[in-house]
Design a binder for this molecule. Structure first.
Ligand code: ATP
Length: 736
């Protein structure tokens, strides 16, 4: 079958290069191995199910994956011809995507944000961070949106939303306006026997992608083109869409998992857990979700406690569902969606609204302990990450803490190595006001209303944790280590990012590889959710609550606010971040964190807080690397190096020996000693250097002899001036 004939309506017939662009784009974006096949293999293994759950989601499609039972899969069997259609997609799309910020790194999303299976750094236990299928931005095919005007069952509301969103008039060939890749979540309820005249029901939950040329593509229901295809895309109870396998030859069949619904269901179950926890936990408690330690005074942070719930609660799916269930589901979905739409001018399942601006959802990137993060596109076709933090039910102190992230990100605006905050909205205005004023008067009670924080952030392509695991996968043997230049390059960027916040007197407190994101080739720091500002009268901070990620937590972070042997309160300041950096470097070098062999919370706690415990460092070809790790991982926080020192460490900055004529002179030994201890401080080094020169060869600096007392006095005062400056400089750097 001629693939071109499968095209329903060419989105832009006026473009002569259109098909060529499309084909080239698909070649580029097509997954390896699928190029020669008419059968789309399962491209994405979404969710690892650690144990058989009655609610495991599977799609009963002709999968060729032997592990099919365990995974949510997208298997698209496309009959002959559909592959040709697949080749329709757009090269312009590719270049257009680049202009939207989609780079080759987008492919990484297959393992990262879209179906993010995180691994605890130590245990390598799969930790599913999110389950929402998405990212139609990979152009494997799609439905031309030009079909939409003819599909009179597309709801007017949705079309209107697209129009409003993109502020473009809809035309026969382009109902969504300008050429920008967008994806919309909608529920395809029943679209039996889809063909070129098929009516496509679009409601909340299904994905429709408005492609670069104005066409709408349904994703991931149809990763192949559904033109001329009979496809039974029915939403099943428990989030599945079935495939009409009986489709006539030459008709494409397809499948979809609506994991978003699964997520919502699991969210409900999380909320149930939360209410149970609220009843039982009115006092301070510590929770640990494998690697994340959270201490909260009052309300349990449910998402920290059961971060994997969303997956294990995903309902089991049998593709052959009873039609009554389907109908019930459809009714429920459509009535909910229409009632929501009545209240708002936009569908909250499809869009986020932040300060009056709509952002269309492209899919969930991940969820952290306290938030969920979505990939979104703005009406001017820019891609962002949108972080949504639910405040409802939290105590005010916790909500205040979350809100502070905005304050820090505002302070860090314009700093290259910090993720940039584009816009934000806190629905609880009183809370935001408190944060901005730096007061916390609403101390009691919990945030009652539907309180949310929305943050629109610069979008990061991949985090360091995933970069590292990829890097380790690339290595051949077990004894290989990551290339030193790679280490140097990223270690320096990590240091510079943390230096930026330390200079702003902010302690991050949750430094870990997952909190460094790669944006256009540079690492940027994210997640200031638990960061704390250092008060002006102290170099350290006291915490109301300890939160951190166990494998990277410093000894003092475990004991924050406790008193030490001398009765002093233990505080967490910048050295605590340095410890975390040491753990990150250790992981970059050895592929595991320093305490990875201690599996349980208590074993880790015991060993990290034990001052006599010695961390093991396997010998390395570059001994400076071991030295560097030791400088960060000194148990005594006062012994740990600060970032300016670390930036000058010989691993990054090879040592330049002092001038021989200076170092050999014994009269300079004292100054030499000082100089050696402050190589990190260029100003102090400069002063030492001048003093040494004066001592070694005073005449070098004067054209006169030193016979007159005046000249001697002048030289002495020059020396004492330098000594005073050096002394002050050393006091300053000591305070920092
Ligand atoms: N700007 C961004 N661009 C791309 N992905 C992001 C961005 N911000 C966050 N993410 C992704 O979302 C995940 C959760 O975000 P974040 O760490 O900010 O939330 P959190 O609730 O504070 O999580 P945690 O406390 O568990 O680290 C991150 O691990 C990251 O993968």
């Amino acid at each position: 079958m001629d693939g071109k004939s499968n095209l329903p309506i060419k989105p832009d017939p006026s473009s002569p290069d259109f098909l060529r662009h499309v084909q080239a784009a698909l070649k580029r974006h097509r997954p390896l191995g699928s190029t020669q096949s008419n059968s789309f293999r399962p491209r994405r293994t979404l969710v690892h199910q650690p144990h058989d759950s009655p609610e495991t989601s599977t799609v009963d499609t002709p999968s060729q994956d032997p592990n099919a039972q365990n995974k949510v899969q997208f298997s698209n069997t496309v009959p002959q011809g559909a592959n040709d259609v697949k080749a329709i997609d757009l090269e312009s799309l590719s270049s257009h995507m680049s202009s939207l910020g989609f780079t080759e790194m987008e492919w990484v999303e297959g393992n990262q944000p879209e179906a993010l299976i995180g691994f605890n750094d130590d245990s390598k236990q799969p930790k599913v961070l999110q389950t929402e299928p998405d990212f139609s931005l990979r152009s494997d095919g799609g439905i031309s949106c030009s079909m939409l005007p003819r599909r009179n069952t597309v709801t007017r509301d949705n079309l209107q939303q697209f129009r409003n969103f993109l502020s473009q008039p809809a035309t026969q060939s382009s109902v969504v306006g300008p050429s920008c890749a967008t994806t919309t979540s909608v529920n395809s309820t029943s679209a039996p026997m889809m063909n070129s005249t098929t009516h496509l029901h679009i409601e909340s939950g299904t994905r429709v992608a408005a492609g670069p040329f104005g066409e709408i593509r349904v994703k991931p229901i149809t990763e192949s083109v559904m033109e001329s295809a009979n496809i039974d895309t029915s939403v099943k109870k428990g989030n599945i869409i079935s495939v009409d396998k009986d489709a006539a030859p030459g008709q494409a069949s397809d499948s979809c998992v609506d994991a978003e619904l699964a997520f919502k269901e699991s969210e409900q179950s999380k909320e149930q857990q939360a209410s149970m926890l609220k009843e039982t936990s009115n006092s301070k408690y510590v929770s640990w979700d494998g690697d994340k330690l959270t201490e909260r005074k009052e309300v349990a942070d449910v998402s920290n406690i059961q971060p994997q719930a969303s997956v294990s609660k995903a309902p089991s799916v049998n593709v052959k569902f009873e039609s009554s269930n389907i109908e019930k589901r459809e009714k429920a979905v459509s009535s909910r969606s229409s009632s929501v739409n009545k209240k708002r001018s936009y569908d909250p399942d499809l869009f986020f609204k932040v300060n009056g601006k709509l952002y269309q959802r492209l899919g969930k990137i991940g969820s952290g302990g306290s938030s969920e993060v979505h990939k979104v596109i703005s009406s001017d076709c820019k891609i962002y990450a949108l972080k949504k933090i639910k405040l409802k039910g939290r105590d005010y102190a916790t909500a205040y803490g979350f809100c502070q992230e905005i304050e820090y990100l505002n302070r860090l605006k314009g700093k290259d190595n910090i993720i940039q905050l584009i816009d934000y909205e806190v629905t609880d205005k009183a809370l935001l006001e408190e944060v901005m004023k730096g007061t916390l008067s609403i101390k009691d009670g919990r945030v009652k209303d539907d309180g949310y924080i929305f943050m629109v952030l610069e979008y990061g392509e991949i985090d360091l944790a995933h970069m590292l695991s990829q890097k380790w996968k690339e290595l051949d043997g077990p004894n290989q280590t990551i290339d030193e230049n790679w280490l140097r390059f990223y270690w320096q960027q990590i240091l510079q990012a943390v230096n930026t916040i330390h200079e702003e007197r902010i302690v991050h407190s949750d430094l870990k590889p997952a909190n460094f994101l790669l944006v256009k080739g540079s690492l940027k720091l994210i997640d200031f959710g638990i960061a704390k500002a250092i008060m002006s009268d102290t170099t350290n901070i006291q915490r109301d609550s300890q939160v951190g990620t166990l494998s990277y937590m410093s000894p003092e972070a475990f004991m924050c606010n406790e008193t030490d042997a001398n009765g002093n309160i233990i505080k967490c300041g910048r050295p605590s971040d340095i410890w975390s950096l040491g753990c990150i470097l250790y992981q970059m070098v050895y592929g595991r964190t320093p305490f990875s062999e201690y599996k349980t919370f208590w074993a880790k706690f015991k060993v990290i807080t034990d001052p006599s415990h010695e961390i093991t460092y396997e010998p390395l070809s570059n001994p400076w690397l071991v030295d560097l790790m030791k400088r960060c991982l000194a148990w005594d926080r006062n012994q740990r190096w600060r970032i300016p020192q670390l930036l000058q460490h010989p691993f990054l900055a090879p040592h330049v020996p002092p001038h021989p004529s200076l170092s050999q002179d014994h009269s300079c030994k004292f100054i030499q000693l000082i100089a050696e201890t402050c190589t990190y401080d260029s100003e102090a080094s400069q002063l030492c250097h001048q003093l040494q020169r004066l001592l070694v060869d005073p005449l070098e600096l004067t054209t006169h002899s030193l016979n007159s007392q005046d000249q001697q006095r002048s030289l002495l005062s020059q020396m004492s001036e330098l000594c005073i400056q050096l002394r002050e400089r050393l006091v300053d750097t000591d305070i920092k």
